[in-house]
Design a protein around this ligand. Sequence first.
Ligand code: ATP
Length: 445
Amino acid sequence: MSTTPAPEQSAQSHDRFEAVVNLTKRRGFVFPSAEIYGGLRSSYDYGPLGTLMLRNLKDAWWRAMVQERDDVVPIDAAILTNPRVWEASGHLSTFTDPLVDCRNCKERLRADHLENGVCPNCGSTDLTEARPFNLMFKTFVGPVEDDAAVAYLRPETAQGMFVNFANVLTTTRRRPPFGIAQIGRSFRNEITPGNFVFRTREFEQMEMEFFCHPDEAEQWHRYWCEERMAWYLRYGMPASLLRLRPHDKDELAHYAAASSDVEFLFPWGWGELEGIANRTDFDLRAHSEHSGVRLEYFDQATGERFTPYVIEPAAGATRAMMAFLLAAYDEDEIGGERRTVLRLHPRLAPYQVAVLPLSRKENLAQLARDVHARLRRRFICDYDDTQSIGRRYRRQDEIGTPWCVTVDFDSLEDDAVTIRDRDSTDQRRVPIAGLVAEIAALVGD
Ligand code: ATP
């Protein structure tokens, strides 16, 4: 299957990519990590707006995957854990990417990302043979740096769910089908990080392991593919930029019976946002064998004992944030003036509302602060009283704030304010008494 977008789309997308990267830096979504020291290659710090958006995105996942379901429970497992976990899961022996060195420019490259065996840095074809490179970050626990103290930063959150399977089963009295969900940081010593936050060495994952009867695994795999595609659409991802791509048999990981990727059309082509795999009973069996603890389910109703199969929707939070930003970026013209606008879903936008007093005069400022205080109990709100109202609207449009609430001198008389819509720029007057309910209805789901 081709991964290359049509040339015109790609050209447009490259401009868009540049524009989005600039915007995220300029407005405080994402900064190069420790920039005052020259940064660290492909490490990023999330600024005030990026932190809000990333949190909103994780909340949106949490709502759909945990809060709105009665068959999924959450956990929060340690990043540093017993290294035998990684021995059992196969990460120590097989979590590798093929590494090649360019003999000409000394660049280190991922062999499976090369086009026609050419070094993308200098164009040379004088490359070493590929050799496996383990992606796990190694460290030492405690003061002695010897083999017995070796530990790894987790390269995925999933294993936390498998090793806690029995604990969750007994403490929550769940029975398959049920899932365990977790959001957290993962670390991979990627050979070629890049494309902004698409591929970084430290990133955040949103993963869920859904344990079911082996006979029902195929059906649940289809179900989760549909659910996860629907989630991206629910939060405003255009269907034209999204696709579900089933893996070919030769692409499948050794433990998977089937896998499909949710892909987004990035400027450089289709790229994975999330993998949805049928991991079979591989992980539970492996941990049973290595730990000596039976990780099975005994169904008292039928008398059947079985090792559940696992369906895993595994998404990247930071990668998804970038895709939502790329999809939301737009430029248009309002009243003869060009503006930049992020058409983000209200649940993902850093701020849902901004309160803008028309003037800083004390009586108006007092009322505006009062309106702000009411709104911020329910919504993430900004307050901006600097510069002209037009410039303030533009600033909010550029960071995706769906509604601006303007407090003007009439507000002192009629106890009403103006709500301005980001996308249409339409304005309408609403009583302050009903404002919170009004915005809640607008935010909707
Ligand atoms: P890729 O093929 O892009 O390396 P993967 O198939 O190894 O990804 P998974 O192990 O399935 O990725 O991880 C699940 C999700 O975690 C991915 O779909 C992606 O969104 C995210 N992810 C994985 N590696 C990274 C990374 N280095 N930086 C940012 N996000 C990542």
